[in-house]
Design a protein around this ligand. Structure first.
Ligand SMILES: *Cc1c(COP(=O)(O)O)cnc(C)c1O
Length: 404
């Protein structure tokens, strides 16, 4: 056999379109919540592939499902349905408010489908004027042109103008401001129950309840973007279950495939009728390989053992992070829910989240940022206590270096 092409971190700069600035090492293997780089150095993984690898790396049952399905059938195209996708649909329906499911391959695509559904539902109801979408400042909904325009960080969209119109942004957690912009021309309100990329900022319960009431009053659809908060991340299967506010449409991706790309939009029977044959679609959506993997991931996570375990693990993190913060007062707030944890930096350390994660890498732990001022942890939902302790000990060494 031919030798594989030799690759180093420099190869990234040589060959890749530079939309990312990855770490200066290359990871080659993972098991549970540990990963190893080309040089054999080990890291504790507190990022989980950005809230994706919810059962860690190489989980034996997930791996077995992948291998089994890989030997049977990978892809058919949507002219033919398949068993794994139908089973996964039923799992999602049984576990949530939804009656119907549309599958795609990413969070952005799930949100794209949700926004298109809302526009068409309003149009089909006979109101040509009802096409306005309300979204929130600092929100993140993906990188397609429609979803990046719905997102609330103009720096990600403005260079791609002209942008899709009819989208209004208003401050998150400000119900009064939302009431000013939601009206009878609004077809949808899209919101993250916890803003993830925007800094790990939970919605207040009254805010989501108020949005539900405003949507009901004005006949607008309430879309919950649970791409990051879904599939057990917050200690409930979906975050809406914590809030007791039921959306009309919910989008889910990231953890759904445990690392295999898949996304879904779920909704009610009534709304699902909007997207009749030929109105929307995607080649890979609902392919049997992704669906088989997601089916196992979903059933492993949707147990009281794993969901209660998330709450237990949050306590381990809070205890460890509080201790670090007592020694080196670097955080002004530790917030989030379950294993979506945001550590907001004190003003003194503003803008240094990235530098902290780089030092963390040097100490052997993988962490994320959520904007320049927040360090974010989204580890595996089943990370062992020993890995939490060891990872936090390594993280403490990184913090000590920043603070000295
Ligand atoms: C990651 C994310 C998305 C985008 O998902 P992709 O799979 O990257 O397209 C959308 N919404 C939220 C809340 C996210 O966290």
């Amino acid at each position: 056999m031919e030798q594989p092409i030799a690759v180093t971190r420099q190869s990234f700069d040589d060959w890749m379109i530079p939309v990312y600035a990855p770490a200066d090492f290359i990871l080659v293997r993972g098991e549970g919540s540990q990963v190893w780089d080309q040089q054999g150095k080990s890291y504790i993984d507190f990022a989980g592939g950005i809230a994706v690898n919810a059962l860690g790396h190489a989980h034996p049952q997930v791996l077995a499902a992948l291998v089994e399905q890989a030997g049977k059938l990978w892809h058919l195209g949507n002219g033919y349905t398949n068993e794994p996708v139908l089973r996964l649909a039923k799992q999602l329906i049984d576990a949530t408010f939804a009656d119907k499911v549309f599958f795609c391959n990413s969070g952005a695509e799930a949100n794209e489908a949700a926004l298109k559904l809302a526009r068409k539902y309003a149009l089909d109801s006979g109101n040509r004027e009802k096409n306005q979408i309300v979204a929130f400042n600092n929100a993140f909904h993906g990188r397609t042109l429609f979803t990046v325009s719905a997102g609330g960080q103009p720096k990600y969209s403005q260079d791609f103008a002209p942008l899709p119109g009819g989208i209004t942004h208003t401050p998150f957690n400000d119900l009064g401001a939302a009431a000013q912009v939601i009206n009878d021309r609004t077809c949808a309100v899209i919101v993250e129950p916890i803003q993830g990329e925007g800094g790990v900022v939970p919605a207040q319960a009254q805010f989501l309840q108020g949005l539900r009431e405003l949507c009901d009053r004005h006949g607008a659809l309430l879309i919950f973007d649970e791409v990051q908060t879904g599939v057990g991340r917050t200690g409930s299967l979906y975050a809406y279950m914590n809030y007791g506010v039921v959306p009309d449409v919910l989008t889910t991706a990231k953890a759904l495939g445990g690392g295999f790309p898949i996304g879904a939009m779920i909704t009610t029977d009534k709304l699902a009728k909007t997207l009749g044959v030929g109105t929307h679609g995607t080649t890979y959506g609902g392919n049997p390989l992704a669906a088989a993997v997601a089916g196992v991931v979903f059933s492993l996570i949707n147990t009281s053992e794993v969901l209660d375990g998330v709450k237990q693990r949050l306590e381990w993190f809070i205890a460890g992070l509080t201790e670090i913060n007592l020694q080196y007062p670097i955080f002004s707030e530790i917030r989030g829910a379950g294993l979506l944890i945001g550590c907001a930096l004190n003003p003194e350390y503003a803008g240094r989240a990235k530098q902290i994660t780089q030092l963390a890498n040097e100490e052997g732990v993988i962490a994320l940022i959520a904007g320049p001022d927040v360090v974010r942890f989204t580890p595996s939902l089943i990370i062992p206590e020993q890995d939490v302790k060891e990872g936090l000990a390594r993280f403490a060494r990184a913090v000590a270096r920043i603070c000295s």
